[in-house]
Design a protein. Sequence first.
Lengths: 113, 114
Amino acid sequence: DVKVTQSSRYLVKRTGEKVFLECVQDMDHENMFWYRQDPGLGLRLIYFSYDVKMKEKGDIPEGYSVSREKKERFSLILESASTNQTSMYLCASSLPRDNQPQHFGDGTRLSIL
Amino acid sequence: AQSVTQLGSHVSVSEGALVLLRCNYSSSVPPYLFWYVQYPNQGLQLLLKYTSAATLVKGINGFEAEFKKSETSFHLTKPSAHMSDAAEYFCAVRLMDSSYKLIFGSGTRLLVRP
């Protein structure tokens, strides 16, 4: 079974802090994704990566950056956290083939005070 | 642009009743379609996927979905609801480019009444 592990289930930070969300997958997947999930808005893609050191912006990249130094690890960085970044963050990974699904971690519920 | 529409943000059924969750997609070519389930405070779990091999797709937990090209639909069904099916369900379509990105519907919360 694919295992996608997010480092924290719950996180509370203060406005202006630099926040790191970590995600590790154990199936040697090339593709990795970061989403945020808000009530009524579904999942929105923040960034994705299709290889080490490669990244592309998703639909809502503003205020975020990412890092992928190793294939198994994909980090989401909030450069200067703001209250409107309070949300559920989900990491996913997949193989680069047409019919392959994305596999999700359990999510990090982030609160910015 | 490709999109996914899930009709009904909330669906309520009685235990033992038929479950029908609706999903319509827009795509100019046959898409890859997925249904995911999310239990409270958890990530998304794959229920099933359509990849053109068969129009009726069986998934986990007794769910199935039928791909209907003429209706651009991929509705999720289960003959008999169980209390443990209460969760949020997401339909997703894969973008037909090289990114392997998914476009998600806004989700349908299934409530199961005893």
